[in-house]
Design a protein around this ligand. Structure first.
Ligand SMILES: Nc1ncnc2c1ncn2[C@@H]1O[C@H](COP(=O)(O)OP(=O)(O)OP(=O)(O)O)[C@@H](O)[C@H]1O
Ligand SMILES: [Mg+2]
Length: 331
């Protein structure tokens, strides 16, 4: 493993069992690497497995198969004290700041609890550290916020408290799961800038989960595209947006440039709709929607293959195209 790698997953599988219904294969064969101090964006439509991936990386979920290494240590199946120690290094910021804060507790309670439990600070030290955390996330003067309850704060202020709480643990790695999607558009840039400046000051590594390619491009150095629980493509942010190779990435980009408010133009795809995750079927999960799919795509799972430096794609069109595609031009 390279010395600057912070997190590495190998062949990660997460399956949800359901009563009287088929299991859901939410994450399949996922190989991801995050380097120290980088931001990797994980994009994909609803149900593609982004949250499941993020929660598994910070070990709120346990993978069914495969490994997660953090600084070289296998954390995939740790429990008890080892898991608690890992949780002070790897934190998650939820999409909905209101739901992630307890309405019966004040801001200072939310921040001082992890400071005492995870950093083992005394009450006096925790009070001081709480004021510092509020200043770090731009909630000043701190005395104005310390005794407030979540409902007394605006959405942006609540998300700042949630960010401060994740920092209280003194983490190296933060999964930010759609941290701006529930905020007013006018507040979004401020939260992204805050995440950016905290990273620069504290050397944090982020997995930034989003539907929104524009914010992924703003915040991250690399973008990974997830479809049906598998990686479709991964590249530097610029390369992915300028030279998308996977038909699904191309579709995402076309969807992202449609003007809000105007009638949506139908996207070029065979059968719109999310993939069926209820069976561990063979083949590329995107094949049923893909205009360019042929027999092999239905039968075999394409592997991620490098097509340029720092750019990998899981698509037979790029790795082993048919000699005569089905009367269609490649993307
Ligand atoms: N606890 C669970 N039990 C059963 N199925 C689940 C559970 N959590 C997630 N799933 C299913 O796993 C799949 C992936 O869900 P996940 O929440 O990871 O997607 P997502 O990409 O984060 O979607 P969104 O963009 O809507 O947040 C979905 O089909 C979802 O219904
Ligand atoms: Mg999600």
């Amino acid at each position: 493993m390279d010395s600057d790698v912070l997190i590495q997953t190998e062949n990660l599988h997460v399956r949800f069992s359901r009563q009287k219904e088929p299991d859901i294969y939410a994450v399949r064969s996922l190989n991801l690497t995050l380097k120290e101090k980088e931001t990797l964006a994980l994009v994909g439509e609803s149900g593609s497995g982004k949250t499941t991936t993020g929660q598994t990386l910070v070990r709120l979920l346990r993978p069914n198969l495969g490994t997660i290494r953090f600084n070289g240590e296998d954390v995939s199946r740790i429990r008890g004290k080892s898991l608690a120690r890992y949780h002070s290094r790897a934190q998650l910021i939820f999409q909905d700041p209101f739901a992630s804060l307890n309405p019966f507790h004040t801001v200072s309670y939310h921040l001082q609890r992890p400071l005492r439990r995870l950093r083992k600070l005394s009450s006096k030290e925790a009070r001081e550290a709480c004021s510092e955390l509020l200043a770090q996330v731009g909630l000043t003067p701190h005395a104005t916020f310390e005794n407030k309850y979540p409902h007394e704060l605006s959405g942006g202020q609540r998300q700042r408290v949630a960010i401060a709480r994740s920092l209280a643990a003194n983490p190296l790695f933060i999964v930010a799961d759609e941290p701006i999607s529930m905020l007013d558009v006018s507040l979004r840039a401020g939260i992204l800038q805050l995440l950016e400046s905290l990273q620069a000051k504290q050397g944090l590594t982020y997995l930034y989960i989003t539907h929104d390619l524009a914010s992924a491009r703003y915040l991250s150095q690399r973008i990974a595209v997830l479809y049906g629980g598998s990686l479709a493509e991964i590249a530097t942010a610029e390369d992915l947006v300028q030279h998308p190779a996977h038909p699904y990435t191309q579709l995402l980009l076309q969807a992202s440039v449609q003007s809000p408010g105007k009638e949506a133009v139908p996207l070029p795809e065979k059968h719109p709709g999310a993939p069926d995750l209820s069976m561990n079927r063979p083949g590329c999960p995107f094949a049923p929607r893909c205009l360019y799919a042929w027999k092999k795509c239905e039968e075999e799972m394409p592997q991620l293959i490098p097509i340029a430096p720092h750019h990998k794609v899981a698509c037979f069109l790029t790795s082993s195209p048919p000699e005569k595609p089905n009367n269609v031009q490649g993307p």
